[in-house]
Design a protein around this ligand. Structure first.
Ligand SMILES: O=P(O)(O)OC[C@H]1O[C@](O)(CO)[C@@H](O)[C@@H]1O
Length: 535
C-alpha cells in the first residue's frame, strides 16, 4: 500500500486545477463534507478535498494514533512531555463525577471547590455584598494579565456584551505604559476591583502593570487597598508576597496551559460580567464539544474535520496562512485569541522525540471581522497571487431583532464571499461586463483581465444559531481540539512554548543597557539602536 502522505500528494497533483464546484456534481457531497455538534454546523465542502482525499486524511489521523492520544489527554496522562505535565483544561468544564487522577490524586474536588469560590465571589461583587472600601458597589473590574491570562477573557468579554449585567470589565496587558494609562483614564479607583491574573505570577509585563495599578489605587484609597484586589494564579505563595489576601486568590494547577485557561479562574472577569449561571452555560458548551470530540466517529467529528482540512491546506496544498473571518462583530478578538491558541501551540519545529519535524507545522493565523475585512484585504483573497484558505463564522440570528436587516446583510455578505471565492468569474464573463461598460477591442480584453476572478479558492464555514455562552464554549473547545489533532498528526508537543523564552532572557539582559549601562557584547545593529533609543 502507498504511504498515506504520498496518496494525498498524488491526489492533489492530479486534481490541483479541478474546479471545486464540480465536486458537487457527484453524489451527496454535503452529507460527507459537513457535520454538526449540538449547536455548531461545519461545512468543509467548498474545498478541493474529494472522497479519496478525505479517506486518506482520516487514515492519517488514525495512523497517527489520534484515538489513543485523545484518550491519554482526557485521562490526565502527562502528554506535555517537555514540561512533564498533564493537559487537563477539559477537566475545568467537565461535570463528570468519576475520579480523575493526576499523580495518584483526584483533581475533581479542587476544581469544584475553586469554581464554587469563584461563584460566591463573583455573585458577591455583582450583588454589592462584596463592596469597595467605602461600601459602594464595584462598578468596574480591571484585569491585569497577558497572553493566556488576558486574551480569553478579553475575547469573551466582547462576545458576551448582550449578557453583560455586572461591572464593566477592562483589560491591561501590554507593558507599554500607554495601555495602563489609557485604560485607567475615566475609571474611578474608589469603585474598581483589580484582578492580577498570571499563571506563574512572574511575568514581567503583568508584575509591572500590577505595581502601577496598585499605585493608582493607593493614590485614591491610601495604603490599604486589599479590598480592591484579587488574584488568579498557580503560584499562591507569590500572590501573598504581593499582599493579596488568600481568600481573594483563585488557584489552578500547572496542568492547565495558559492559552487553555479561560475555563477556570482566568475566566473570573467573564463571570463577574455575566454571572455564574451564564458562565456555567459557557462551560457546558465546551463540555458538550468535548463529549462530541471523544465520541463522534472521526468522519463526522468537527475538530477532526477542521484539523484535517487544515492539514490538507498546509501540507498538501502548501498554503502558509489561514484567515479566520468571523461575520460577527462580537468575535472581533477571536483571531487574536486563536493566534495564541494555534501559533503558540503548533508553531514548532521539532517532534516530541526531539528530531526535526517531517512536514510544515502550524500556519500563520490571522483575520478580522467581516464585513470590515471586505473593504481592506479581500482584494488579496480574491485576486492576489497567494491562495489563502478562509474560515468563515456566522450566526443565523443576531441579538438585535430590531436590526434584523443588518443581520440579513451580514449573512448575505458571508455567503457571497465563500461563493465568490469558489466560483470566481471567468474571463468570458468579465468580457461581457467590459462590453456593457462600453469597452471595445483590446481595451475590452485589458479591462476584462482586471475583472476576472480565478476562483477555486477554498473556504470552510461554521454556522451557529446565535452567539450564546453555550455556543462560544463550543466554538473555543472546537478550536482547541483542532489544534490538538493537528499537533498529533505533526507529532509535536502542542502544550509547551519554549519559543517565547529567548526574547524574555535577552530583554532582561538589555534592560540595564536601555537604562544607561554601556552596551556590551551586542551586535553593531543592536548597539546603534540602543544609542538611538536612550532617552
Ligand atoms: O499567565 P502568565 O504566567 O503570566 O503567562 C502569560 C503568558 O506568557 C506565556 O508563557 C508566553 O507568552 C504564555 O504562554 C502565557 O499565556
Amino acid at each position: 500500500m502507498k504511504p498515506i502522505w504520498q496518496t494525498l500528494e498524488q491526489n492533489y497533483a492530479e486534481n490541483k486545477a479541478r474546479s471545486i464546484a464540480s465536486l458537487f456534481d457527484k453524489g451527496d457531497r454535503l452529507a460527507r463534507f459537513s457535520a454538526t455538534a449540538d449547536e455548531l454546523y461545519l461545512d468543509v465542502a467548498k474545498t478541493n478535498i474529494d472522497d479519496d482525499a478525505l479517506d486518506a486524511l482520516l487514515a492519517l489521523a488514525e495512523a497517527a494514533g489520534l484515538a489513543e492520544r485523545r484518550a491519554a489527554m482526557f485521562a490526565g496522562e502527562k502528554i506535555n512531555t517537555t514540561e512533564g505535565r498533564a493537559v487537563l483544561h477539559t477537566a475545568l468544564r467537565s461535570s463528570e463525577a468519576a475520579p480523575l487522577l493526576v499523580d495518584g490524586r483526584d483533581v475533581r474536588p479542587a476544581i469544584a471547590e475553586t469554581l464554587a469560590r469563584m461563584e460566591i465571589f463573583a455573585e458577591g461583587v455583582r450583588s454589592g455584598k462584596i463592596a469597595s472600601q467605602s461600601g459602594a458597589p464595584f462598578t468596574d473590574v480591571v484585569n491585569i494579565g497577558i497572553g493566556g491570562s488576558d486574551l480569553g477573557p478579553a475575547m469573551a468579554r466582547l462576545a458576551f456584551a448582550p449578557y453583560q449585567d455586572g461591572p464593566r470589565t477592562h483589560f491591561i496587558s501590554n507593558v507599554d505604559g500607554a495601555h495602563a494609562r489609557d485604560t485607567l483614564r475615566g475609571i474611578d479607583p474608589a469603585t474598581t476591583l483589580v484582578i492580577v491574573a498570571s499563571k506563574t505570577f512572574t511575568t514581567i509585563e503583568t508584575m509591572t502593570n500590577a505595581e502601577t495599578v496598585f499605585g493608582w489605587l493607593r493614590g485614591a484609597l491610601g495604603e490599604k487597598i486589599g479590598t480592591h484586589l484579587a488574584a488568579v494564579s498557580t503560584a499562591q505563595e507569590l500572590t501573598s508576597k504581593m499582599g493579596i489576601d488568600r481568600a481573594r486568590v483563585f488557584g489552578f494547577a500547572d496542568w492547565v496551559g495558559g492559552r487553555y485557561s479561560l475555563w477556570g479562574p482566568v475566566g473570573l472577569p467573564i463571570m463577574l460580567a455575566i454571572g455564574a449561571e451564564r458562565f456555567r452555560e459557557f462551560l457546558d458548551g465546551a463540555a458538550a464539544l468535548d463529549a462530541h470530540f471523544q465520541n463522534a466517529p472521526l468522519a463526522q467529528n468537527l475538530p477532526v474535520l477542521l484539523a484535517l482540512t487544515g492539514i490538507w491546506h498546509r501540507n498538501i496544498c502548501g498554503y502558509d496562512t489561514r484567515a479566520v473571518l468571523p461575520y460577527d462583530q462580537r468575535l472581533a478578538r477571536l483571531p487574536a485569541y486563536l493566534q495564541q491558541l494555534d501559533m503558540e501551540s503548533n508553531g514548532k519545529r521539532v517532534q516530541m522525540d526531539g528530531t526535526a519535524v517531517e512536514r510544515d507545522t502550524g500556519p500563520v493565523v490571522w483575520g478580522e471581522p467581516g464585513t470590515n475585512g471586505q473593504h481592506a484585504f479581500y482584494q488579496f483573497l480574491h485576486q492576489g497571487t497567494d491562495v489563502i484558505p478562509v474560515e468563515f463564522l456566522i450566526a443565523a440570528e443576531a441579538h438585535e431583532p430590531e436590526l434584523a436587516h443588518h443581520h440579513d446583510l451580514l449573512k448575505a455578505n458571508c455567503l457571497a464571499q465563500s461563493e465568490a471565492l469558489m466560483l470566481g468569474r471567468s474571463f468570458e464573463e468579465a468580457k461581457q461586463i467590459a462590453s456593457r461598460l462600453g469597452f471595445e477591442g483590446t481595451e475590452r480584453e485589458r479591462q476584462a483581465a482586471h475583472r476576472t476572478f480565478p476562483g477555486n479558492r477554498p473556504s470552510v464555514t461554521l454556522a451557529y444559531p446565535k452567539l450564546t455562552p453555550f455556543v462560544l464554549g463550543q466554538l473555543i473547545a472546537l478550536y482547541e481540539h483542532r489544534v490538538f489533532v493537528e499537533g498529533v498528526v505533526w507529532k509535536i508537543n502542542s502544550f509547551d512554548q519554549w519559543g517565547v523564552e529567548l526574547g524574555k532572557e535577552l530583554a532582561n539582559a538589555l534592560l540595564p543597557m536601555v537604562q544607561g549601562d554601556e552596551a556590551k557584547d551586542k551586535d553593531p545593529s543592536t548597539t546603534a539602536l540602543l544609542e538611538r533609543l536612550r532617552e
